[in-house]
Design a protein around this ligand. Sequence first.
Ligand SMILES: Nc1ncnc2c1ncn2[C@@H]1O[C@H](COP(=O)(O)OP(=O)(O)OP(=O)(O)O)[C@@H](O)[C@H]1O
Ligand SMILES: [Mg+2]
Length: 500
Amino acid sequence: MKLDMQGIRMEFGPVTALHDVDFHVGPGEIHGLLGENGAGKTTLMNILSGTFPPTAGKIVIDGKEITGMTPQKSKEMKIRFIHQELNLCNDLKVYENMYLGEEITNKTGLVDKKAEIARAQEVLDGMGVKISATALVADLETAKKQLVEIAKALLFQSELIIMDEPTTALNNQEINNLFTIMRGLKEQDVSFIYISHKMPEIFTICDKYTVLRDGRFIETGLIRDIDEHQATELLIGKTFVNANLKELQEPCVGGEAVLTVEHLSGDTFEDVSFELHKGEVIAITGLQGAGSGELATALFGATPAKSGTVRTKKGALNTRSIKDVMRHGMAMVPCNRKERGILPDLSIRDNNSMSFFTLLHKKLLINNKEETARFEKNRAKLEIKVGSEKDPITSLSGGNQQKVIVGRWLETEAKILIMDNPTQGIDVGAKYSIYKLILELAAQGKSILVFSTEFPEIYQIADRCLVMYKGRISGILEREEMSEANVMALSTGSKTEVVK
Ligand SMILES: Nc1ncnc2c1ncn2[C@@H]1O[C@H](COP(=O)(O)OP(=O)(O)OP(=O)(O)O)[C@@H](O)[C@H]1O
Ligand SMILES: [Mg+2]
């Protein structure tokens, strides 16, 4: 397919999300669409897939102008959109979700379940993932749900597949499988539009790039003509200094223990023991399935631990009760915004204030002025791009929603913060602001556990790094021992000595 979007303009009330943007994709091309949070990437794709019409501009496909694009029409034109946010019905089975609205029917007009299950399973198997087509979506973990979203797009013959941050929950193996499938389809002239904040992915899979900034077209070209640093500068619009923040700070040594975990075991992790000290940042990492994901939720009482103890200065903690965990001064930034984080019916400001209310609010009436001031503070710190704080949170771009959630917990009096992949979907510049905040909080004496799989991120913030392998701690690296090679060696259980 040859796609030409010309002079696309999009106004949401007073907000102009796109200013006369041009965007071209050729057949069999993987095109990276780059830009900061709120740059307009998802909006442009929503227009292409007919979610809403543009205020002005044209969509031309294979030389023909398409007017009145609708989701139905875009599907008929063999365009598929894998959304940034999960779009599945939890109450339905995997294959039912994949065929939703496009059921296979037999001669009598009834849904041919057998054919649907067989075809759905074929696609899932082809992706090299272990998901049963007849499983209930509610029973799947987030990564699997994301894979089902992708499978849904592969079910039908497509000519253009839009992927809006498809890999946020996937592990490296799953990402590699996805790339292999993409390359195979590219051979058959299928085109892709690939949106991601992870530069290494863009540079691995894309042929071309287009950069948007503040809703404006900035530049397009061949990926092989630029490097990651240049791309970053293009999208933030200024020189980017890749300083190491942690090096600028006093190291945290041997404060009092504020959290003691002893012999903690759950379904996928075993015998985990460590101490978190006052003012310390510990990063916990490991490959997918190493148990760190469940450890995070167990520490916050969202999934019950089987045995072991967690103590704070207030004594033993009942990890089965989220309320008790909060009473002990712990707070969590959960890893999955759409499923556990936002309250979609509330405004941006009220989402920002949420944890403050549950933990601290003793007054009955909400003081609008205070809430606005509280939000303003976070907006400035995290550079949240927003029209009005009273708008629903769902009017924000994906990354800006994530910033509101991270900001929410900075408002609590919590002494211990657990952050589960806090920078998921956040652009490079804003990631930096979040790292700075984490270090600031630590300097104020708060203690922070960050679950992360990105080494550069760990290196920016952590005093120590705890690595897991097959459910157990395979090693704890001190700051001086932290290197990508050491983390890798411990994550894969290889016997290689830790290099000091
Ligand atoms: N329904 C809406 N109502 C009002 N404003 C909106 C709506 N949808 C998007 N916007 C605004 O349009 C701008 C672009 O948002 P968009 O979701 O396209 O960003 P994005 O580039 O996809 O960012 P991210 O990387 O964070 O997902 C933002 O300022 C956003 O707040
Ligand atoms: Mg987006």
